[in-house]
Design a protein around this ligand. Structure first.
Ligand code: GLN
Length: 287
């Protein structure tokens, strides 16, 4: 039992060895904020641990981290675009790169007075759809996924975050029964090839859903082809499609959209300078 923040922080940092030290420090901050409501600065000044704080078994938490379990699974939540989303092994843990996708859509659509209809394909935790709904009061947002467990998690997040996204089960690779139009189609589909498994961290490989991560080596652009075909039928000519991509396939994804007849196809880099987003339009007008 620790009376103050700093010795507990140091204990976690010293005993979690399965992650690089910098990441362990970030995890220790997250855990102490979550369980004890102590912020980074409270730890620095060695504040007493509040008497009414929850007392998780820190040794169990340290052991779980040393099995490479993601800290977000231990806490059961993570922050994305400043909002707290629940996560489980059924959904991808929201990533900072994906916040950039949300930011780009909000920036592009912000001026629009009309109700903008947005679809998020492969919504997972619902993080993209819910963040867009929260930041764009003039938008009506739908989120689709093939996984029932992911849809349940997304619904729960929408309820907690007071968001009115409509979540529906839909398999973009197999179904084509949908009728309707969207002004904006967004997606972070599975894009990691199985060939990349060797270079992946165990916390991702062993604990995150392969359904949301992986695509066959032989056809890494499978989902982009399906999304592009969907957009040819269901994207408003003045709208735009935004997809997160594997950094290896920037020009190949651009080419795919261009070959389908899209205009003004752009590859956009993330904050680390890697090709991360493709934006494609059907006409020169609009967004
Ligand atoms: N960016 C994620 C990762 O590197 C993968 C996201 C995805 O497949 N859509 O683990």
């Amino acid at each position: 039992m620790y009376a103050s923040a700093k010795p507990l922080f140091d204990h976690i940092v010293k005993n979690v060895t399965a992650y690089p030290p910098k990441e362990v420090r970030a995890m220790a901050f997250m855990l102490m904020e979550h369980y004890l409501r102590l912020r980074n600065v409270d730890i620095m000044v060695d504040k007493p641990i509040p008497a009414n704080a929850s007392h998780p078994d820190w040794e169990v938490i340290i052991a779980r981290l040393n099995q490479s379990e993601p800290v977000q699974h231990i806490i059961g939540a993570t922050y994305f675009c400043g909002l707290e989303f629940k996560v489980s092994p059924s959904v991808l843990i929201p990533r900072p790169e994906t916040e950039e996708l949300v930011r780009l859509v909000v920036k592009d659509c912000f001026w629009d007075e009309e109700p903008v209809k947005i679809l998020d394909i492969g919504t997972g935790s619902g993080c993209i759809a819910i963040a867009l709904d929260r930041f764009m009061s003039f938008a009506k947002v739908w989120g689709w996924d093939v996984s029932d467990d992911a849809l349940a998690m997304a619904q729960e997040n929408a309820r907690e975050l007071l968001s009115e996204v409509t979540f529906e089960k839909y398999d973009i690779l197999r179904e084509n029964t949908f009728e309707g139009q969207f002004d904006c189609v967004v997606s972070n589909p599975p894009y990691v090839t199985y060939a990349e498994q060797n270079s992946m961290e165990p916390n991702v490989l062993r604990f995150e859903p392969h359904l949301a991560l992986f695509v066959e080596d032989e056809d890494p652009l499978l989902f982009y082809r399906a999304i592009a075909d969907f957009c040819l039928k269901h994207l408003n000519p003045k709208g735009a499609c935004y997809v997160e991509i594997n950094e290896q396939f920037g020009s190949a994804t651009k080419q795919l959209f261009e070959e389908k007849g899209f205009q003004k196809v752009q590859v956009i880099q993330d904050l680390s300078g890697k090709d991360r987003i493709v934006k494609a339009k059907l006409t020169q007008e609009g967004l």
